[in-house]
Design a protein around this ligand. Structure first.
Ligand code: ATP
Ligand code: MG
Length: 256
């Protein structure tokens, strides 16, 4: 594997499981004793809720303010102290770190320059894996996240609308010159009842299918009812597909 791996989880399909996959994959790497930063770059970042963490006043908000108040982008050595203060460690796993997003308004106005700077600042820290959660819209912030990726994971659902959006997204990825080898599909909420053939989707789209995650609605719902967040690590059956996905990524050395 490369010394440091940037994995961006992005899909044109809203609700396809980007945050669920980003979170559980990041936890999986941390469980393998890899130092991980999970960056929430979504406009309506949901990771604090999924991790049951208070949000206000932490995360990217202060970092964006610093960037907005500087006439030029600050040198990284000046920025890194603030960056480290903005990072939290919400789990007992010492290798798992999170940088939560700012408010939706602040995230929406984040330029590609600032987004790219923030990712570069993360890369300056000694993380082995940086997992970036994005939102679905095609905006400059998300483009910066896509362009920074060593591996672009694209969650999709087993339906025609979702598949069609991925076909449209192919054009976007090509126009951004993202190498096809860096892109991989993850089919989420798989169920044998859908009649949807994941291999046909892979052949049709032309991106490698790297993971298939079953629908675990019952497990998720039970967890929510019990006040447990979307961290599936304690649910053995649910966590296996994420373990397999993490292993495939490491075995492939970060590219697919
Ligand atoms: N494999 C799964 N089985 C059951 N429920 C799932 C699965 N993956 C995700 N979900 C549920 O689907 C919903 C959407 O998931 P998630 O928030 O991860 O998607 P997203 O792509 O990040 O959405 P958004 O576009 O809003 O950011 C959540 O309620 C989540 O709990
Ligand atoms: Mg999300």
């Amino acid at each position: 594997m490369k010394k440091q791996l940037v994995i961006t989880v992005h899909s044109p399909q809203g609700g396809s499981g980007k945050s669920t996959i980003a979170l559980n994959l990041a936890l999986e790497f941390a469980r393998k004793n890899m130092r991980v930063l999970l960056m929430d770059m979504a406009a309506y970042g949901g990771l604090p809720a999924m991790l049951k963490q208070p949000v206000r006043g932490v995360g990217m908000s202060s970092l964006i303010t610093i960037l907005e108040q500087s006439s030029d982008l600050p040198p990284f050595e000046h920025f890194s102290g603030y960056f480290r203060e903005a990072v939290t460690s919400p789990r007992e796993q010492r290798d798992f770190h999170t940088l939560f997003s700012a408010s939706p308004l602040k995230m929406e106005s984040l330029s590609s320059e600032y987004a790219a700077y923030m990712i570069r600042a993360a890369q300056k820290e000694n993380y082995q894996v940086i997992v970036i959660d994005t939102s679905s819209e095609l905006c400059k912030r998300n483009v910066a996240c896509i362009e920074a990726a060593d591996l672009l994971l694209v969650p999709t659902l087993q339906d025609v609308a979702s598949g069609w959006k991925i076909i449209l997204f192919k054009e976007i990825a090509a126009s951004l010159n993202v190498a096809k080898e860096k892109i991989a599909l993850v089919v989420n909420r798989c169920t044998k009842y859908s009649g949807f053939n994941n291999r046909e989707l892979e052949a049709e789209i032309g991106y490698r299918l790297l993971g298939e995650i079953p629908d675990v609605t019952k497990i998720v719902q039970r967890g929510i009812n019990a006040g447990v967040p979307m961290d599936l690590s304690e649910k053995r059956k649910a966590v296996v597909p994420f373990q397999q996905l993490a292993q495939k990524i490491l075995t492939a050395g970060g590219t697919v």
